[in-house]
Design a protein around this ligand. Structure first.
Ligand code: 5GP
Ligand code: ZN
Length: 110
């Protein structure tokens, strides 16, 4: 756990979150300020700062996060209609929380 990291605190259950998926390595929960009717954040439990610091060793967990997006899409009933998975990276990429996360949004056409 990385000190002061809001998503590490959620993973450690030190901060509340509305969890929608969990396994040994990945947690997904509802975004506190949703920007679409469905807005989840998919995070590796292990602290990785950003896509900009990803190492070869991190690629398995990243792939797993993407596969969980598929699971969440199916569970939410959006497998056919589709959804968006995005990863804000760095200051100009709009990253605010420096614990790597995928945004999963669905239910809004854009
Ligand atoms: P970023 O801009 O870093 O890609 O996105 C961070 C996201 O985390 C934002 O959409 C923001 O609403 C969400 N967020 C920030 N703090 C919390 C929190 O404590 N709990 C939850 N569930 N979401 C958070
Ligand atoms: Zn963290």
């Amino acid at each position: 756990m990385t000190d002061g990291c809001v998503f590490c605190r959620i993973v450690a259950r030190e901060s509340p979150a509305d969890i929608v998926y969990e396994d040994d390595e990945v947690l997904a929960f509802k975004d506190l300020y949703p920007k679409a009717p469905i807005h989840y954040l998919i995070v590796p439990k292990r602290h990785i700062e950003s896509l900009a610091t990803v190492e070869l060793d991190d690629t398995t967990i990243l792939g797993r996060c993407l596969q969980i997006a598929r699971t969440l899409g199916e569970r939410a009933g959006y497998a056919e209609r589709g959804y968006r998975v995005s990863c804000n990276t760095g200051p100009e990429g709009g990253q605010v929380v420096y614990h790597l996360h995928l945004h999963f949004t669905a239910g809004r056409r854009r």
